[in-house]
Design a protein. Structure first.
Length: 406
């Protein structure tokens, strides 16, 4: 048991990247070297990042971070001329904001109403969310002028309201008349200054440009670059080979271009586009930590530094037929080097609320596989792997996920 727990600890300390942000010619990002417990702030040039070099530590910020109990850097807030560090308190999950001088400039913020930076580089603090509500900040170009907006998400509905920022940085709704409300199950996506509604197989922005979108669950959308007509998008799909994430370039009025397909076991952790149109991705695997990849705005080709195959985990897609004739997919995950004829098996089943049951990039899986174990991820009805089809079938039959699988 002690060796198994030791392997979990080892895999949990593999290197971790965040997607870089470009501020005044320098890329800033959070990076955790292998063996470390927490991420630190680094800065570097494009050439360094493309070569897998994180760059240089930002000494003053990291010195302060090391002295703060229970605080972990979890994200960056960036504008054209400013970058701030978002911290999370591991004791109560509240958020704080630190500047580049190592000073805490805002604290005790709700993760359901995270702080933001305006395009002018000013810190924006959102009001406390109501029960069951999540809030976000965005800016929308209205009549040629950037207008601060409050995004309110509650009960499956998204409402965007024109707002204003007072002298203390607090965001307040300016009117009760919404600028945009999602309807009939359509989704709203925020990407920089753009608001996209997802309806009828396309992304539609407020100016009326339509970007055709393939089937699947949208995970991320990049802001369009002024010098390019395309935007980047990540879509989660599932077919007979199992679940996968596809990275695509979308163009107004024409079919999308597939850039890369991330196989089962590879998770998209970060997604950001800089002003040159380059897309940065953080790709995570259970046995290798995370890896930084990018897509050039001209060639639209994925560049990645991940070539290591040590500790590889194999994912196999299978199906079993239920007693009413429906095929139930499941995924086997194991290490071919350590698998035995009598390998212990760990079965996970989840079939409620449309949540996907698929391998994640967390340390228990490679530790279990290295110990000779097999992990089974059963994708029963009411999961999101088969989109609405599986969920509706689960509602029809009202069956218990566990008894169905057995």
């Amino acid at each position: 048991m002690s060796n198994f727990l030791g392997e979990i600890r080892r895999f949990s300390r593999l290197k971790q990247w965040s997607a870089p942000v470009l501020v005044e010619g320098q890329y800033f990002h959070l990076f955790r070297p292998e063996g470390m417990f927490a991420s630190e702030l680094w800065q570097g040039q494009e050439e360094q990042l493309l070569a897998g070099d994180p760059g240089e530590l930002v000494a003053q910020v990291n010195s302060t971070l090391a002295s703060l109990p229970n605080q972990r850097a979890v994200g960056l807030l960036a504008s054209e001329h400013r970058v701030l560090i978002c911290l999370r308190n591991t004791a109560d999950e509240r958020l704080s904001v630190m500047n580049m001088a190592g000073e805490i400039i805002a604290a005790a913020l709700s993760p359901l109403a995270p702080p933001a930076l305006s395009s002018a580089g000013e810190l924006v603090l959102l009001p406390p969310p109501a029960r069951g509500e999540r809030l976000r900040y965005t800016e929308v170009r209205v009549d040629g002028t950037l207008q601060p907006c409050l995004v309110r998400m509650s009960g499956g509905e998204t409402t965007i309201i024109e707002a204003e920022v007072d002298a203390t940085g607090q965001l307040r709704a300016r009117t009760q008349e919404p600028l945009l409300v999602s309807k009939n199950g359509e989704k709203i996506w925020l990407a920089g200054e753009k608001i996209f509604s997802v309806s009828g197989g396309s992304l539609l922005d407020l100016a009326g440009f339509s970007y055709p979108v393939p089937d699947g669950k949208i995970l991320a959308v990049s802001a369009p670059c002024a010098s390019n007509s395309h935007i980047f998008i990540a879509v989660r799909q599932c077919d007979e080979t199992g679940p996968s994430t596809r990275i695509l370039a979308l163009f107004p009025g024409r079919n999308p271009q597939l850039i890369a397909e991330l196989p089962t076991g590879v998770k998209l952790r970060g997604f950001s586009a800089d002003e040159s149109g380059r897309l940065w991705l953080t790709l995570a695997e259970a046995s290798r930590g995370s890896n930084l990849a990018s897509v050039d705005s001209e060639s639209l080709e994925l560049q990645s530094q991940c070539t290591d195959t040590e500790g590889e985990i194999i994912y196999e897609q299978h199906t079993v037929r239920s007693d009413d004739g429906q095929s139930i997919p499941y995924i086997l995950a194991f290490s071919p080097e350590h698998r035995r004829d009598n390998s212990p098996l760990l079965l996970t089943v989840y079939g409620g609320f449309g949540i996907e049951n698929a391998p994640d990039a967390e340390p228990t899986l490679p530790a279990w596989a290295k110990a000779g174990g097999i992990m089974v991820f059963a994708q029963v009805r009411c999961g999101s792997e088969k989109e609405k089809t599986g969920i509706e079938r689960g509602k029809e039959h009202q069956r218990c996920a566990l008894s169905m699988m057995f």
